[in-house]
Design a protein around this ligand. Sequence first.
Ligand code: BT5
Length: 257
Amino acid sequence: MSLSAERLRTLISEDIFWRDLRILETVGSTNDLLKEMAQEGAPEGTVLIAEEQTAGRGRHGRAWHSPKGGAWFSILLRPRIATAQAGCVGISLAVGLAEALRKSYHLPIGVKWPNDLWIEGRKVAGILVELASRGERIDWMVVGIGVNVNNAMPSATRVPATALSLELKHTLMLENFYRVALMGLAESYLLLLTKGFAPIQARWKALSILGERVAVHQGVQRYEANVLGLSESGKLLVRAGQDIRELAAEEVSLSVE
Ligand code: BT5
């Protein structure tokens, strides 16, 4: 069943935040294309959806497997905040998406810092945040979101993977998935802009799957640390020996102990 732009537009027409929703059958990476559109001045709220990506990207130059049946999309945001606060946006979006999917599909979805969604020890979604600044402020943010919905699983992944359809034991209607996801993303993003990061931090705490100890991978370094919580800019605060460190999403990866 291929994705119907018309059906999708009717389903999300009540939501004023998203606009110019585009669906492509196949593309290299929705992030790459939306970044070009951002540089050419596309407005906040632009959404680009692909049924399939041939060069889907994860963080740190990793590949993201994106065959038909999954949800591969990018959203364009232009938050009027300092670039140093960008981590808050990624966290807010992960929280909004996780909560919306939990509510609609009744699955125990958790958030793994920074922006992954997990279901009982398996990764179901990943988020890739890319941005450009103007002075100290964000000019645009392109947030790429990959969710395993009805697609076949990649054969070997860094961490075990799952899909919503595998967990629910039935195929989902992709248009409905996009409605739920886009509403949840808009809700938490707008909450961040109007009420600040504190309410999101509290929701994150309830969803976080991190235990007390994590292994931090930073370049070729690896060390173990105790998780202390989130900083006000969305960084992860950890204690390694006597050191308190603030980890930035773009610099590290974590494995759960
Ligand atoms: C992420 O990276 O989790 C961010 C993924 C973002 C993908 C979206 S799709 C729409 C938009 N356009 C793009 O080009 N990208 C974004 P990371 O944490 O680096 O995870 C990547 C790792 O996950 C890979 O090295 C694989 O081992 C594994 N992986 C690849 N495809 C996967 C999948 N479909 N499901 C689960 N794990 C996967």
